[in-house]
Write a protein that binds this ligand. Structure first.
Ligand SMILES: [Zn+2]
Length: 154
């Protein structure tokens, strides 16, 4: 799933409690739950397991997704009087992708037992949508983003 829905679900978890360990655990686990929902991301046109070469469309998607996630998180954060738990939740929710999917270190990471373990669960739960149904994978994420924003900006 894209980073924006992960970020906002994590932020929503952070906004729901002051319990730091609960935020970290729930937001971390939320990543796997969201990835199990049909969604569009660059895995729709690449195989996660192969060391694919990033193309122009990947960079466009990545830059759009990261800036959208960053802008929305910052906006929500200001609305919540700079509540640090929101950032903690957002960070914990994207941690799996930071460990497993960042091209600069993913190959190295997957050679460690921890990285291999995370990668195994990550690919196991990951729902791969058929490219011709990509729009369903957009709709699910729009709903998640919209739901979180309704909750966070109420
Ligand atoms: Zn993921």
């Amino acid at each position: 799933m894209l980073l924006t829905p992960h970020t906002l679900v994590g932020a929503s978890i952070g906004a729901s409690t002051n319990n730091v360990s609960l935020i970290i655990i729930l937001a971390f686990l939320s990543h796997f739950i969201l990835d199990a929902i049909p969604h569009f991301d660059w895995g729709t046109w690449h195989n996660y397991d192969s060391n694919f070469k990033l193309e122009k469309k990947d960079y466009i998607l990545l830059v759009t997704d990261v800036s959208t996630a960053g802008i929305l998180l910052f906006w929500v954060w200001t609305k919540w009087d700079y509540n640090i738990y929101i950032v903690l939740g957002a960070f914990s929710a994207v941690l799996v992708d930071l460990i497993d999917n960042v091209p600069f270190w993913k190959r190295w990471m997957r050679q460690t037992s921890f990285g291999r373990f995370i990668h195994k669960i990550h690919t196991f739960v990951h729902y791969k949508i058929k490219p011709k149904y990509w729009y369903w994978g957009v709709i699910t994420q729009v709903l998640i983003i919209g739901g979180c924003l309704c909750f966070l900006i109420d």
